[in-house]
Design a protein around this ligand. Structure first.
Ligand code: FES
Length: 277
């Protein structure tokens, strides 16, 4: 086990799967079984994935510890590191630093109705929230999943939608900003879908992940529906280097996204969020 937090744990890719246009799922198995045992994480935490010789970048972990045998990351091809990762194949060696950051308050939301809003690849950290709830279904209330993307080819985790739909007390609502010839579902922004679904704030918690602009406008809609800032939980993205609160790269006011986040209650970040959008 490596104690230096700047050194990645070595692993290899057991699978590289397409998730959407320009988006792939990378499944990592650690080479050292002791690392695999000690790499314990919760929904919402993130890790740095390295393409050796190119660099590393932070990604939300999309698997569930103790259920999935690998540590999984959903990666959109948007920069140098992600381009290098997208060239990789099963069997290739990668590095992982983490787990880092805080997590969604899963014990606190037990017994509550949960509404999750996911936008594009930014919604990937919600997959472990959904899986955790479905694997412990009796301990949570109603689950409403509002899932959005710019177009149908960018909807992620599509092969899990039937499982989500068929789970007890669970509804999946999809929307895309722009449809195509084969799309017969809802077309429009996630805020419009939110108005249509109109979830009740009674005994409810909302978890939102996606681009900051989506989070900002979704929260405005939720507040019109009488959700309080305490009921709204979100994640923030930031430029990161160290991931452990040392470099100051991810600061947001007095907080560091890597250390105090990436999960925040809306009441903690509303001033920042308004100036950011
Ligand atoms: S990434 Fe260095 S302080 Fe957060």
């Amino acid at each position: 086990m490596i104690d230096n937090p700047y050194l990645p744990h070595l692993g290899h890719l057991t699978a590289v799967e397409p998730l959407g246009t320009g988006i792939k799922l990378f499944k990592v198995q650690f080479d050292d079984p002791a690392v695999a045992r000690q790499f314990v994480y919760e929904p919402g935490q993130f890790g740095f994935l390295s393409a050796f010789g190119v660099g590393e970048a932070p990604f939300g972990i999309t698997s569930v510890a103790g259920i999935d045998q690998t540590v999984d990351f959903a990666v959109a091809k948007v920069g140098t590191v992600t381009h290098a990762l997208h060239e990789m194949n099963p069997g290739d060696v990668v590095g992982v630093r983490g787990p880092m950051g805080n997590c969604f308050p899963m014990p606190e939301i037990k017994g509550k109705n949960v509404i999750v809003l996911g936008g594009g690849i930014g919604g990937a950290p919600l997959r472990p929230v959904i899986t955790s709830i479905l694997n412990d279904r009796d301990n949570y209330g109603n689950l409403s999943i509002l899932w959005a993307a710019r177009n149908p080819s960018l909807l992620v985790f599509t092969d899990e939608y039937d499982v989500w739909r068929q789970a007890p007390r669970t509804q999946l609502h999809l929307t895309v900003d722009e449809g195509n010839a084969s799309w017969s579902g809802h077309v429009g922004l996630i805020t419009q879908l939110l108005q249509k679904v109109a979830p009740s704030p009674d005994n409810a918690t909302v978890i939102i992940c996606g681009p900051p602009i989506m989070i900002h406008f979704a929260i405005i809609e939720l507040q019109k529906m009488d959700f309080t800032s305490e009921q709204i939980i979100t994640t923030l993205e930031a430029k990161m280097k160290c991931g452990i609160g040392k470099c100051g790269r991810c600061n947001m006011g007095e907080k560091y996204v890597c250390l105090h986040g990436p999960v925040f209650r809306h009441s903690e970040i509303k001033d920042f969020l308004e100036s950011f959008v």
